[in-house]
Design a protein around this ligand. Sequence first.
Ligand SMILES: NC(=O)c1ccc[n+]([C@@H]2O[C@H](COP(=O)([O-])OP(=O)(O)OC[C@H]3O[C@@H](n4cnc5c(N)ncnc54)[C@H](OP(=O)(O)O)[C@@H]3O)[C@@H](O)[C@H]2O)c1
Length: 330
Amino acid sequence: MQKCKAVTYENHGAPDEVLHVSEIDLPVPGPGEALVRMHAAPINPVDLNVIEGKYPVRPTLPAIAGNEGVGIVDAVGANVTDLAADTPVLVPTEFGSWREAGVIAAEKLIPIPCDIPLEQAAMLKINPPTAWRMLHDFVTLQRGDWILQNAANSAVGRAVIQIAKISGWRTVNVVRRDELIDELQEEGADVVLLESDDLPAQIKDATEGAKIPLAFNAVGGESALRLANALAPGGTIVTYGAMGRQPLRIPNGLLIFKDLRWRGFWVTQWYRTASHEDIHSMFKHLCPLVARGNLHSKIEQFYAIDDALAAVKHAQQSRRTGKILLRLHG
Ligand SMILES: NC(=O)c1ccc[n+]([C@@H]2O[C@H](COP(=O)([O-])OP(=O)(O)OC[C@H]3O[C@@H](n4cnc5c(N)ncnc54)[C@H](OP(=O)(O)O)[C@@H]3O)[C@@H](O)[C@H]2O)c1
């Protein structure tokens, strides 16, 4: 049997202690299956949480790391009629994307158009859909409406900025480093502010007191509370990440007197319940944006699969300028 390399782990724990690069078997695709040669996969916060065993979804061990990535169909088994060799595809979470190649049920692959740069496609399954769904599924926004978000320089945050810009919505973006202000404005951010105690007053000034209906929180703790304080009565705050690892504290008054809606979003759950049509319809919107360069995720560095441990260490550093990716093709 053919072999290829993969980044694997036998036990949950600190990624630099449990991960290693192994040789795995590469079977011939059976009926209904496809052999995918991987091109690239990013290292996202979720990947590290899963390896640590701190995520609600735990793979069967031993496991191959990585939750998203892009590959090219190399061959298909019998009965696969709607997927041809050479098609670029997004792989499903359970595939374990940090590998050179693998065999998977063809129906679980998401084909994407060939005009998308593959390194951008590698980051298309998790973060841009999270931004897209949060912008479309909670509040019906009108052109010119304002949206607030923290961790605005994250991959999700940048996708929110870019999608909002082309949709005619305005964004107030909160970051914790002033060197990001110009950069995010160039990406389409209307307002970029630094985390500080008087943030709600600064947001009021910057938006001329606009009634802000929607906020996205990826940090938690005081940062989330500042966003909530800047929302209009009846506004919605969607929590999708907890980078600051501090719990949300919800003052009674924000419920009683402002009737804020505290919601959560998990893209994994969205994929579980979405129909085939819903998923394909979302990518029909997202793919042309990527192809035209309207939606673009920043990359800080590529690593070879043999250097996966160094790549993971790099991805764990704060103050990055973009994603760390594994280059998986030979
Ligand atoms: N719920 C869902 O379905 C879903 C989907 C996608 C992502 N997420 C979550 O969304 C978050 C962002 O993911 P991503 O891939 O977009 O991230 P990313 O590109 O890796 O960026 C990480 C961001 O978190 C910020 N950050 C890190 N530690 C922080 C702390 N202690 N306090 C405040 N900010 C901190 C970083 O700021 P600096 O640059 O200043 O270090 C950066 O803006 C993660 O929590 C991820 O798990 C959730």
